[in-house]
Design a protein around this ligand. Structure first.
Ligand SMILES: CC(C)(COP(=O)(O)OP(=O)(O)OC[C@H]1O[C@@H](n2cnc3c(N)ncnc32)[C@H](O)[C@@H]1OP(=O)(O)O)[C@@H](O)C(=O)NCCC(=O)NCCS
Length: 180
């Protein structure tokens, strides 16, 4: 388990697949994370989760509150040992937990693991330009905007740009030190 302050990150178990399927089929969640209209059967989710779990350069965790309620998922992927970098993504699947600091705490816990246990140098992510809540949350862990990906995705009938954000180990460590 990777402990945070308000949440913990734990391994994904087979018993979590129905929950993951519910989040991935929820249009309210998918507007921010995937694509509205996504439909995935439990079997498809299981197959994809098992394939992802077999990869050595990625790992997904369940985000749990301190009292053990699973509220979302977070992962790193495309871990590159030579350049000591990785990509991350996060989804709080229970909307009542949005804007409550849980996502920021989960990302801080994962960054702490990636930088202080695996000694990575750089972590990056992308977000829809319109997802201001996500960008604010990422900035609180030291992510800065590194560029705009023009017309990054076709979404809800129009092209939307993406925001590329990255954080270096030194920035994260400095910020964590400041936060005490
Ligand atoms: C993105 C996400 C991980 C952020 O985690 P969170 O716990 O909700 O974030 P926090 O509460 O720590 O911080 C959100 C910040 O955005 C602000 N915010 C919330 N809604 C906002 C809005 N509509 N517009 C602008 N800012 C907003 C909050 O005030 C807060 O900033 P503050 O701490 O300076 O006041 C989470 O909301 C989530 O998973 N959302 C659904 C899926 C998603 O968007 N995933 C990311 C895809 S890139």
């Amino acid at each position: 388990m990777i402990p945070g302050t308000r949440v913990n990150l734990r391994a994904v178990e087979a018993a979590d697949y129905p929950l993951l399927a519910r989040w991935l089929n929820d249009p309210e969640v998918m507007i921010h994370w995937g694509r509205p209209g996504t439909t995935l059967s439990l079997e498809e989710v299981e197959r994809s989760e098992r394939a992802d779990a077999a990869r050595s350069n990625s790992r997904k965790y369940i985000i749990e509150t301190g009292d053990g309620i699973p509220i979302g998922q977070i992962d790193y992927y495309d871990l590159d040992w030579q350049n000591r970098s990785a990509w991350v993504s996060i989804m709080i699947g229970e909307p009542e937990y949005w804007s409550g600091g849980y996502g920021t705490d989960a990302m801080g816990a994962l960054l702490g693991y990636l930088f202080l246990q695996l000694d990575l140098h750089r972590v990056a992510l992308t977000a829809h330009e319109s997802n201001v809540r996500a960008q604010r949350s990422y900035a609180k862990n030291g992510f800065v905007v590194e560029g705009t990906l023009r017309d990054w995705a076709y979404f809800d009938g129009r092209w939307v740009s993406g925001v590329l954000m990255g954080v270096l180990k030194d920035d994260f460590v400095r910020l964590a030190g400041t936060a005490g």
